[in-house]
Design a protein around this ligand. Sequence first.
Ligand code: ADP
Ligand code: ZN
Length: 443
Amino acid sequence: MSAANTVNFQYWNKKMETLPRAELEAWQLDKLREAVGFALRTPFYRERLAAAGITDAGGIKTLADLKRIPFTAKNDLRDGFPYGFLSIPRDEVIRLHASSGTTGTPTTIYFSREDIARWTSFVARCIYGTGCTQRDVFQNMITYGLFTGGLGFHAGGEEVGMLVIPSGAGNTSRQFRLMQDFSVTVVHATPSFLLHLEAKMREEGVRREDLSLKRAFAGAEPYSEDTRRRIEGLLNIDVYNSYGLSEMNGPGVAFECQCKNGLHIWEDGYIAEIVNPDTLENVPDGETGELVLTCLCREATPILRYRTRDLSAFYTEPCPCGRTHRRLHRIKGRSDDMLIINGVNVFPSQIEEVIMGIKEVGNNYLIVVEKEGALDRLTVKTEVGPDIFMDDSRPLNALKERIRKTLQASVTINPRVELHESGSLPVSEGKAVRVRDMRKKDV
Ligand code: ADP
Ligand code: ZN
């Protein structure tokens, strides 16, 4: 999109968002020293950093010293449960959040009052940067509670001055009613919930023209560009990609601006590196690797060089919006999402990209992997669009064959394809569960 010519970019904090790189890096160095100072108050980092020869914050002389800091993994955070990473007196903590536990035991993050204020202003920056103003009415259709997406976006929306409706996730009829009653202009949800919502519109007799929707923020799980386009087309709105993780506060880490081409990572709050997950060396800009993040904006729970396991790459070009903070490519998935099927590596996101690009395919799908004798068998179950009749087998078989062939060409595996009626595959309230790997015992 030629956003540069058509959009009046708006900045929540123009000075910080367009800070020249040299000043941004000086800011980062300052904040990194502070973060190391806080980290040294925790038993975990005291030991880790001492082993790396860092015993006081003054040991960080330049940004290059970041490389001397050891990585932190999810397991380290789990081992430190519950208070091992707390770096201020507990009386000064005003809130805790936990990760949603997609990949195991949740981890806990603590916030001081200033931490919450800083986090909130990053979320406000993201929201405002998409063109929202205090005239907008914002329905936050995501899980509240320990998950950061609910309260994080809630506070950011209020900071911008929007009217915020804390609807939470699920219950499509109620969501539609709220949208209509209060002329909602912006929503936040997982991409899978937005697709589900659209599929439900017909059932509930809601027409697009009954809604005042203009924008959606979609995140918390990976989705492809095709899915974004599909949601935008079906609902006639702009969809902005929102990336965050509880270890780095939650939402507000990286977000698309009005150019909708890559997510600006707020480098005054986070240091981003992309490393080769095997060698742990930084990869050249533009190459895909694992995102490693250092939190510069939280005193209560410092986390340095956190291995997110999320795969991404930096854009090498500056963004037409004028922000100096680098952009990340849409997250391809987590390194531990990768399926190995008869020796071939496949990311669920590759499968999604193919099926969401086929217009007769409906809005929901499920990937099942199981053992068949000695071999792995991949089955892709997808819903069909509402205009396809399940009792007419000829076009159904042709569609099935087309999906199978396109998938085979893209992922080099011959999958079994099953077509299901619109609305018949399971929908989850939080992050979508798209893969059932029956080869694992606990599934
Ligand atoms: P959990 O690890 O338990 O899911 P969180 O609730 O903190 O914990 O979720 C953070 C994770 O969600 C990220 O590390 C990433 O894998 C995923 N995620 C969040 N936003 C996006 C996005 N826009 N695109 C892809 N993945 C995302
Ligand atoms: Zn931009």
